[in-house]
Write a protein that binds this ligand. Structure first.
Ligand SMILES: Nc1ncnc2c1ncn2[C@@H]1O[C@H](COP(=O)(O)OP(=O)(O)O)[C@@H](O)[C@H]1O
Ligand SMILES: [Mg+2]
Length: 454
């Protein structure tokens, strides 16, 4: 038997990928679903007697796409399909189940099943709970490889967890090991990878170009940094991250922190002579008391690296009821002296937006590629629907690194001259917090800035 099939370069990468979990993700039309169907065929032929499961979220989608493509591609001489059980059998004893999981409970259909390979098409349509349950069905006493291979466009309900699991953690097209010890790889897919479609339907790209911005980013460019209500929608990892390099001695360096017992984040930022701020180191840890936090920050600052100022938010300067002392003074005892920044969230977030904005393609903020917490959290912040100029404080764990950056941005952007505000204003809690922890001079400054309080 001879099969006349040509695959794209990316499809070949997907087919050859030997990692436990593989994600083929990106633009619509890149050839991802087709890649799955070809890969399933090759797996079935290479490992006689193997069992595979191919999943889509709903049966209608499954029927229209994967089942239809398989039936047109798999030679009838070796493959037969039972349309009531949705099971395909090969002559060599291999089989492929075609399945779906419309509701959370649908996963229990597979309770007693055992597969060598499970394939998810449109993985972002699935919830993380469904995925975690289903991948536990990959097992077997035979010697066949055990794999979970997925394909998807960005942007479905599972966008966040899929991005965190595959896209944010590693380098594209390179094997990495997840926290659970599983090997993973993310293979980005672009429309231009698929010469078959570009040739067969040259207008397809034009139709995608006409989509609204967010859909266009996801479907045409396969961009993962899209997200309903994203606060920093200008964030683009291609523009705002860079390879680490040695920071010249004479550049002015800052540290900026967000501290709580739940999480400490410290960012080290250096400003170049042309005023580009580079986040060149980050440290994040949970559950550290002040002494250990101060020690960790100091230890990670090599001797001879001159820090111009260590910035901290005003709440660290207010006295706690128990001890009557400020956290800042305790940090200071451990050798870390803070410069107070402002807690005016709106101005702070806008200052970050200013830094992210590009002029002639170049932003004024770049993050070294290994500062993964900041890179991960910044694009995840969501707009607060009740107060669109602010972002949500939930999920709380993603707010710490951006909060630390905000401290720097506001310090860096604070205008030298402030136009006095004549009107009286209703102050927010943050403003009062700033005010109470301010010195007399700063109190005057704040009144001018916010307006006399009511
Ligand atoms: N290797 C290939 N040979 C021939 N046609 C292909 C190949 N790869 C993809 N195609 C065709 O290109 C189109 C888009 O591919 P598809 O797999 O549906 O993309 P995606 O799932 O990434 O959106 C489909 O019509 C598909 O049949
Ligand atoms: Mg597809």
């Amino acid at each position: 038997m001879r099969l006349d099939l040509t695959v794209t370069k990316k499809q070949k990468l997907f087919i050859d990928a030997a990692e436990s979990e593989v994600l083929f993700g990106g633009a619509a039309g890149g050839g991802k679903s087709f890649g799955q169907v070809v890969d399933a065929l090759l797996f079935a032929l290479r490992y006689p007697g193997s069992k595979q499961l191919i999943l889509r979220r709903t049966f209608a989608e499954l029927d229209k796409s994967l089942i239809r493509t398989s039936l047109s591609l798999y030679p009838k001489s070796i493959f037969s399909f039972n349309s009531s059980t949705h099971t395909g059998k090969f002559k060599n004893g291999s089989c492929i189940d075609f399945g779906y999981c419309a509701t959370e409970n649908d996963v229990y259909q597979y309770q007693s099943a055992e597969y060598d390979c499970i394939r998810f098409d449109e993985l972002t349509h699935f919830t993380e709970a469904q995925y975690i349950y289903l991948i536990s069905r990959v097992r077997g006493a035979n010697s066949f490889p055990k794999q979970i291979k997925s394909s998807t466009n960005p942007g479905g309900i599972g966008h966040g967890w899929v991005k965190a699991r595959f896209v944010d953690t590693g380098v594209a097209n390179e094997r990495f090991i997840g926290e659970d010890g599983m090997t993973r790889i993310f293979i980005p897919s672009l429309l231009d990878d698929n010469a078959f479609l570009m040739k067969g339907d040259p207008d397809y790209k034009r139709r995608l170009l006409a989509l609204p911005e967010r859909e266009k980013k996801a479907l045409l460019y396969g961009d993962w940094n899209i997200f309903e209500g994203q606060y920093f929608n200008e964030f683009d990892a291609k523009i705002h991250t860079c390879h680490p390099f040695e920071i010249p001695r004479e550049w002015r360096k800052y540290r900026t922190i967000d501290y709580g017992l739940d999480r400490l984040v410290c960012l080290w930022i250096a400003v170049s002579p042309d005023r580009v701020a580079y986040v060149y180191r980050e440290y994040c840890e949970s559950g550290l008391p002040i002494g250990e936090s101060a020690k960790a920050i100091t230890e990670r600052t090599p001797p001879g690296e001159d820090i111009y100022a260590t910035l901290a938010p005003p709440d660290l300067f207010s006295r706690t009821q128990e001890t009557g002392r400020t956290k800042a003074s305790i940090f200071s005892e451990y050798g870390v002296n803070f410069t107070k920044t402002s807690n005016d969230r709106e101005t702070g977030w806008l200052a970050i937006k200013e830094l992210l904005a590009t002029r002639e393609g170049e932003p004024r903020l770049k993050i070294f590629s290994f500062c993964t917490e900041l890179i991960k959290c910044l694009p995840q912040l969501a707009i607060d629907k009740l107060k669109p100029s602010d972002c949500m404080n939930e999920p709380h764990e993603i707010t710490h690194a951006p909060d630390a950056l905000r401290g720097f941005a506001i310090f860096w952007a604070r205008p030298a001259e402030i136009t006095p505000s004549l009107k009286r204003a209703i102050w927010t809690r943050d403003m009062w917090e700033d005010y109470y922890s301010a010195s007399e001079n700063e109190k005057e400054y704040l009144k001018k800035k916010y307006g006399e309080p009511m």
